[in-house]
Design a protein around this ligand. Structure first.
Ligand SMILES: [Fe+2]
Length: 359
């Protein structure tokens, strides 16, 4: 920069003696130094994150990253599909460096739309198990979510122990679950297609829909509340919704969690369905190196502890201390299916859910 400044000053002072060609070159040089590329040289280091996550934990993560690296995080929040659409329409001019979202199925959609680029990082590859990231580094799992069964303790003697159980006619009219437009359910069905094949997964879907206590409505928390008031006896939810209710200071929430029990499904077999929240570097990333540093920061023990402590997600790395509420859930066997299957089987899962009448 110092070099650029001084040589530029000299060029200016004697510009009148230069030929038109040289003047043109100097003008081009000035335009380069102070034009759109100048940001990379002179402006504060930054990284632009398009995120569908909406948790207090993330503001803390951004602050910690900035403190550790001096790189400022500009977070733009939006719905998953909205952000994918925005990236698509901005194309190569997008200011986004990172796409950060929940669910491997959504990361797959961004990948399929050509919005992400390959990243090769020893730090990320060493920290994140291979089944929780894209094989070519298009995206990386940064936290884990378990899809668990919640049941009404007084109304249910023997709770279901597997996802497969939920399609059994013993549960006719007793199951609550959110709609098929929800990506968590799409990814669960995608995993069943992977494990059992399409035909068996579809038979399961028919059985499950036959067991619905009501047409799907509300988010995962609403399913827990519906169980608590006896509207249904069992429900499928991500574990952290339950953890939030358990740690809530609202007495009404305390009454809800008092009424329900939780099962990690498929503990005697392949393990509980686990999804990820994760991120990838965008194809157009103007600050590619900063983006990679941001991802690498998010797998440090300090950052992983924030996902776990503040948002009750499970870490992707070993040895991160759990808050009491997760300790209370106890250890569990996680399905180690490669999460890329959630994306690959997503179109088949969506069509299956439509055919079996899962609204
Ligand atoms: Fe969620």
């Amino acid at each position: 920069m110092t070099f650029g400044y001084f040589s530029l000053a000299r060029a200016f002072s004697s510009a009148h003696v230069f030929s038109p060609t040289r003047r043109l070159l100097i003008t081009a040089l000035i335009a380069f130094m102070f034009g759109p590329f100048a940001g990379a040289v002179f402006a504060q280091a930054e990284v632009n994150v398009y995120t569908s996550r909406h948790y207090d934990s993330d503001a803390l993560l951004y602050a910690m990253f900035e403190e550790a690296t001096g790189i400022h995080v500009n977070a733009i929040q939006g719905g998953e599909d909205e952000l994918i659409e925005r990236l698509r329409s901005e194309g190569r001019n997008s200011p986004a460096d990172i796409f950060f979202t929940a669910d491997a199925g959504r990361l797959w959609r961004a990948e399929q739309a050509g919005l992400l680029q390959q990243v090769s990082s020893n730090v990320l590859e060493a920290a994140i198990p291979a089944n929780l990231r894209h094989p070519d580094g298009l995206w990386f799992g940064l936290s884990r979510r378990a899809r668990v069964i919640v049941y009404h303790r007084a109304n249910v003697d023997t709770p279901p122990t597997t996802y497969e159980d939920l399609a059994d006619e013993a549960w006719r009219g007793r199951v609550c679950v959110r709609s098929s437009s929800n990506i968590y359910n799409q990814s669960l069905v995608a995993s069943l297609i992977e494990h059992h094949g399409a035909a068996e997964a579809e038979a399961w879907g028919r059985g499950l829909v036959a067991n619905f206590a009501r047409p799907p409505e509300g988010n995962d928390t609403a399913q827990v509340r519906a169980v608590a008031v006896g509207q249904c006896d069992v429900a499928l939810v991500n574990h952290y919704y339950l953890a939030r209710l358990l740690t809530s200071t609202d007495p009404a929430d305390a009454a809800v969690v008092e009424t329900v029990g939780m099962v990690f499904p498929n503990q005697d077999g392949r393990g509980t369905h686990v999804n990820i929240s994760g991120a990838g570097v965008t194809r157009s990333a103007p600050h590619r190196e900063n983006a990679i540093r941001f991802l690498e920061f998010l797998v440090t023990p300090e950052a992983q502890a924030v996902f776990v402590r503040e948002n009750f997600e499970y870490p992707v790395v070993e040895g991160v201390p759990h808050p009491a509420v997760l300790d209370g859930f106890g250890p569990f066997v996680a399905d180690v299916l490669d999460v890329t299957a959630y994306g690959r089987n997503n179109p088949a899962a969506v069509m299956l859910m439509d055919r079996v009448g899962w609204r």
